[in-house]
Design a protein around this ligand. Structure first.
Ligand code: TYM
Length: 321
């Protein structure tokens, strides 16, 4: 079983990134990377990208991933090489159906071409390593499905080359909502001071205040009900994920919104504070972080190379061999 997942350094990581993805990166032989090539699909600032790449990589290590499992995507050229080969097997029609492209890019004159072809790069990330498990939040399901379709088609047309990956769906926390707008996803690309977005590296008192001020629903009953009580349901899901509980059963323990919010704040901080402590240790040892990322890069290069070569051969690109 090979588990692989990536995080795009397009903003400071949120509680949604942690509960939906990072905390599920648990395979000590997995491949977990900062998807910096993916952060250039919209206008970007090179200095901010470099700083966010470092912050994201350090957070992944702070979450407990061993050296050798974490790397930076652009350090491994095979991702971009395989992405081009996969673009040559993908159809404009299927890429045009991707929700992210439809929402962010379609019809806009300044849309970067890479926003359109992005799912091919993501498929390359996954297929390069013979991945079978991809732990991601619900917003990435469509991209993983496409990676499966691309693998199946490639194997049929050019011979058995890729493992067809499975989605690793979590029971909970597939879509943590914004605390100020509980019908929208909590997103790291929200404004830096957005009150509904919990950033993993914000000071604990800021995080506590944000949770205590979360928008709630009309009425007073604490009930798990996505339609009628999106705010309370989101808080129950966060609490259940942080405490390994069941959101429906937890609801019964509360008779007021205030009590629930206080417990959510404590539960979130009990998950975030150890992460922040470990982050501070690592951030004070930049040489050690460099070493761990170099180990990750070297292992990823060695692991990805044979499958890239196999794809090159299968497609008839071996002019000099
Ligand atoms: P990204 O950077 O947008 O998000 C990183 C991970 O966090 C999950 N996530 C959430 N989960 C629950 N609730 C939320 N509010 C929430 N917000 C984000 C995402 O689903 C994701 O798992 N394209 C990917 C990165 C990527 C990748 C890959 C993932 C590149 N290549 C290969 C897996 C395999 C992305 O932009 O995720």
């Amino acid at each position: 079983m090979t588990s692989l997942s990536g995080i795009t350094p397009s903003g400071r990581l949120t509680l949604g990134n942690h509960l939906g993805a990072l905390r599920r990166f648990t395979d000590p032989d997995g491949f977990y990377f900062v998807a910096n090539l993916h952060a250039m699909t919209t206008k970007h600032d090179p200095r901010r990208l470099a700083a966010l790449t470092r912050e994201t990589a350090t957070l992944m290590l702070a979450a407990g991933l061993p050296a050798g499992t974490v790397f930076v995507q652009a350090d491994v050229p095979a991702h971009a090489q395989l992405a081009y080969l996969l673009e040559c097997t993908s159809y404009v029609g299927e890429l045009a159906r991707m929700i992210q492209y439809k929402e962010k890019g379609r019809g806009k004159p300044m849309t970067r071409a890479s926003l359109f072809t992005y799912p091919c790069l993501m498929a390359a990330d996954i297929l390069l390593y013979g991945t079978d498990r991809v732990p991601v939040g619900g917003d990435q399901d469509q991209h993983v499905e496409l990676a499966r379709d691309i693998a199946i088609r490639f194997n049929r047309e050019y011979g058995e080359t890729f493992v067809v990956p499975e989605l690793a769906k979590a029971a909970l926390a597939m879509r943590i909502k914004d605390l100020a707008n509980p019908t929208a996803k909590m997103s790291k690309s929200a404004a830096d001071d957005a009150v509904g977005t919990i950033r993993l590296l914000d000071p604990p008192d800021v995080i506590r205040r944000q949770i205590l001020r979360a928008v709630t629903d009309s009425g007073t009953e604490v009930r798990h009900d996505e339609e009628a009580k999106p705010g309370i349901t989101n808080l129950l899901e966060i609490l259940a994920t942080c405490t390994d509980g069941d959101p429906v059963a937890l609801a019964a323990a509360y008779s007021s919104y205030g009590e629930l919010k206080a417990d959510v704040a404590e539960a979130v901080l009990s998950v975030i504070e150890p992460l922040q402590k470990e982050y501070a240790v690592l951030a004070s040892e930049p040489g050690a972080v460099d070493g761990m990322l170099a180990q990750g890069r070297d292992r990823a290069i060695a692991a990805g190379e044979p499958r890239l070569r196999a794809a090159i051969r299968a497609m008839g690109l071996t002019g000099s061999e």
